[in-house]
Design a protein around this ligand. Structure first.
Ligand code: BT5
Length: 260
């Protein structure tokens, strides 16, 4: 594995700059620091190994060396559109789903709002973080972690939801940087569609657990259970509750679980 291979795989994509680190704490932290110093739109940080990879709400993301993809893409949103800001993490999930479908013939699903599943197991997590300067949005950092080889999958007792990796599902060895290029290309292709009908339909089509009973839990442990109907025009999750009413849930700090 070398920096050269990474750059080679990314050749042809309209990236403004690329940094590769054999080891770092968190590519999202690196990207936020870089964005604060004026990194351009479409600047990318890739790491082989993260020692302090992070998920939502201070949770940890496991990225051992030589086995996973961990990267963060800096995006400068075109205009202040606060309503589409929550859609950046689904953009990441959709791009990963596309790359897995088109490059490897897989059938990924998106666990609302931002996890990608293969065979109902988590293969990828997305963490979008915004950098503000006063009231102005300076950049969005779109951080993506994908389990590629089996050693990237954390032990069951260390995770909240069952996990898998791409190689376990394909049964073949996967060129990590080829997958990276596929995902970055899909992000670039989809970013202008953020929040559009086409975007929402593409997301809805891949939504995991549609038509199944699910449980949503907020950070206070408060839970709602209902039949998963889909997403609405804002990307909010629509559930049919036990009393027959419909409720929507905004993208936030909610955990979604299927009820078996
Ligand atoms: C996420 O958070 O799924 C977002 C993960 C984003 C990671 C990328 S890697 C590049 C960039 N740099 C960073 O520092 N972060 C981003 P969340 O939905 O909160 O899920 C976190 C939970 O997933 C953890 O609490 C574990 O239960 C589980 N987990 C941790 N590592 C995992 C892995 N490699 N595969 C599957 N599940 C994992």
């Amino acid at each position: 594995m070398s920096e050269k291979e990474v750059f080679e795989a990314l050749r042809g994509l309209p990236l403004a700059a690329v940094w590769f680190y054999p080891e770092t704490g968190s590519t999202n932290q690196d990207a936020l620091d870089w964005a604060a110093q004026g990194a351009p739109d479409l600047a990318l940080i890739v790491a082989d190994h993260q020692t302090a990879g992070r998920g939502r709400l201070g949770r940890q993301w496991f990225t051992p060396p030589g086995a996973a993809l961990a990267f963060s893409l800096i995006l400068h949103p075109p205009a202040p559109q606060p309503e589409i800001l929550p859609l950046y993490s689904p953009l990441g999930a959709l791009a990963v789903a596309f790359a897995l479908e088109q490059g490897y013939g897989l059938q990924p699903q998106i666990k609302w709002p931002n996890d990608v599943l293969l065979n109902n197991r988590k293969v990828c997590g997305v963490l979008a973080e915004a950098l503000w300067q006063g009231d102005g949005l300076q950049a969005v950092v779109l951080g993506i972690g994908i389990n590629v080889a089996p050693s990237s999958v954390p032990p069951d007792d260390q995770i909240l939801f069952p996990a898998t990796c791409v190689e376990e599902v394909t049964g073949k060895s996967i060129h990590r940087w080829g997958l990276l290029a596929g995902v970055v290309k899909a992000i670039i292709d989809w970013r202008d569609q953020l929040g559009s009908e086409v975007f929402l339909q593409a997301w809805q089509k891949r939504l995991a657990f549609t038509g199944h009973m699910v449980r949503l839990e907020n950070t206070g442990g408060e839970a709602s259970e209902g039949l998963l109907l889909g997403i609405d025009a804002f990307g909010h999750l629509r559930l049919q509750m036990k009393d027959g009413s419909q409720q929507t849930f905004a993208i936030g700090d909610l955990k979604l679980r299927p009820i078996s």
